[in-house]
Design a protein around this ligand. Structure first.
Ligand code: GDP
Ligand code: IMO
Ligand code: MG
Length: 423
């Protein structure tokens, strides 16, 4: 299957990094198509932890790694990521390509987001404060700067000064905060651009050439379907479309070229940031699961909220993304329980709800309906094949796949590369 997408089917951090890393071994190219460094994708190689935010995780396998047009890129963070990976023996320079159409995250985006989150007070979204939302706002308002705009220094000076003047007015007059220095911003930007200039191109041409010549291209989704700007728990969402459909706009290929869509889902649910979370467990249970599940934000270090598996959520993702197979991660974290509740539906005002509501106000009135499955109370982390898993674990996996509406083809039972089961 030449074009494969791995998409998050919950609220992010499903273990996409692990699945992509596994599939990248047999791919020629890995492509991020949206989002920015609000993402954090983790892979452990032995005792070494690798967490990437902008560069596709395929870089760890030495694959050509593309940052697509739908992304928002903070070149400063990209440089830090390059330096860190290079210092750990990963070849970055020769293996990354950056879309000239991707938008830039600039210093004022981060300052504005900080002020805006403060202003929202108890309605804050709990963003990663990486400037993601404000950068996408500028893109849609047609006043953003793209990576390719850094080439033409004459127009850049003009456009950047104009942008900084406008943002400084906002920062100083509306938020009563400090502004940014236009000359320093210009200088930093052109220095960063010159560093990456060789890697900047029309990445859509590379993806198309690869697909046309029969190469295998893997699209690395970021965040998750319930964080999608159109289909997530708005306004508690990110500012891009993590959905598989965004591969076409964000990477620049037609929909018909996509062959395979894999949904990443935890065997339970996690969520970081504000917003509704119907199946959230009590804090004592969450604490029991956080350590084994590595449930601390890869980007911000925040402790993630934990809940039981929610079939309403994953079913919505299966439908919206066209997921035909699921990669279930973190099964090992459930080893400790006698019984495991799984949410099979919701009721709202006593009535059954047909599908996951789009309005958070409706979602707030929903009550999850649980089915309780027997636990297996034994270690799954050493299982090498599906048949190595205890019977109740196999039943659990099949039941959540059945409830979500897609078969489970991968099961991950630990944070390390070897702890992966291909079915
Ligand atoms: P992503 O954003 O979807 O790539 O996920 P993250 O990397 O942000 O978060 C997943 C966390 O769980 C990381 O700390 C991983 O090391 C860890 N992890 C991934 N898969 C598994 C698994 O199957 N079992 C356990 N215990 N941890 C896992
Ligand atoms: P990966 O790719 C989990 C969440 C933030 C916040 C909301 C908006 O690692 O799965 P933003 O900074 O994007 O404006 O924040 O979205 N969020 C994520 N949560 N994993 C992610 O990415 C996320 N990316 C954004 O916590 O609630
Ligand atoms: Mg993550």
């Amino acid at each position: 299957m030449p074009a494969t997408v791995v998409v998050g089917s919950q609220w992010g951090d499903e273990g996409k990094g692990r699945l992509v890393d596994m599939l990248a071994a047999d791919s020629d190219m890995v492509v991020r198509y949206q989002g920015g460094n609000n993402a954090g994708h983790t892979v452990w190689i032995g005792e070494e932890k690798f967490a990437v935010h902008l560069i596709p995780i395929g870089i760890l396998r030495g694959k050509l790694s593309l940052l697509g047009a739908g992304m928002v890129i903070d070149l400063d963070v990209l440089l830090q990521e390059e330096e860190e990976l290079s210092s750990r023996g990963i070849e970055v320079r020769g293996n990354i390509r950056i879309s000239e159409n991707a938008h830039l995250i600039l210093p004022y985006h981060k300052l504005i987001e900080e002020q805006e989150e403060k202003r929202r007070g108890k309605r804050a979204i709990g963003t990663t404060l990486r400037g993601i939302g404000p950068a996408y706002e500028d893109k849609v308002a047609r006043r953003g700067l793209r990576v390719g705009d850094l080439r033409d220094r004459e127009t850049l000076t003009d456009r950047l000064h104009d942008a900084v003047d406008y943002k400084n007015l906002l920062l100083k007059k509306i938020y009563n905060a400090r502004g940014v220095d236009p000359d320093r911003t210009y200088h930093d930007l052109v220095t960063l651009h010159d560093h990456f200039a060789d890697a900047v191109c029309d990445t859509s041409l590379l993806v198309r050439e690869a697909l046309d010549s029969g190469q295998r291209v893997l699209f690395e989704g970021a965040h998750g379907t319930l964080l999608d700007i159109d289909w997530g728990t708005y306004p508690y969402v990110t500012s891009s479309n993590p959905l598989s459909g965004e591969v076409t706009a964000g990477a620049g290929i037609p929909p018909k070229l996509i062959d395979r869509i894999i949904g990443a889902a935890k065997a339970y649910t996690s969520r970081v940031g504000a917003g509704p979370f119907p199946t959230a467990v009590d804090e004592a249970t969450a604490e029991q699961m956080r350590e084994p599940g590595g449930e601390f934000g890869s980007t911000t270090g925040r402790a993630r909220g934990i809940g039981w598996f929610d079939a309403m959520v994953v079913r919505k993702s299966v439908r919206l993304n066209g997921i035909e197979e699921l990669g279930i991660t973190h099964l090992d974290v459930l080893d400790q329980f006698d019984q495991i509740p799984v949410c099979v539906g919701y009721t709202c005002d006593g009535k059954e709800v047909p599908s996951f509501p789009n309005q958070v106000t409706e979602l707030d009135r929903c009550e999850p309906v649980y089915e309780t499955l027997p636990g297996w109370k034994s270690d799954t982390s050493q299982a090498k094949s599906f048949s190595d898993l205890p019977e109740n674990a196999r039943r659990y996996v099949d039941r959540i796949g059945e409830l979500a509406g897609a078969p489970v083809t991968y099961v991950l039972v630990g944070r390390e590369r070897e702890q992966s089961i291909i079915r």
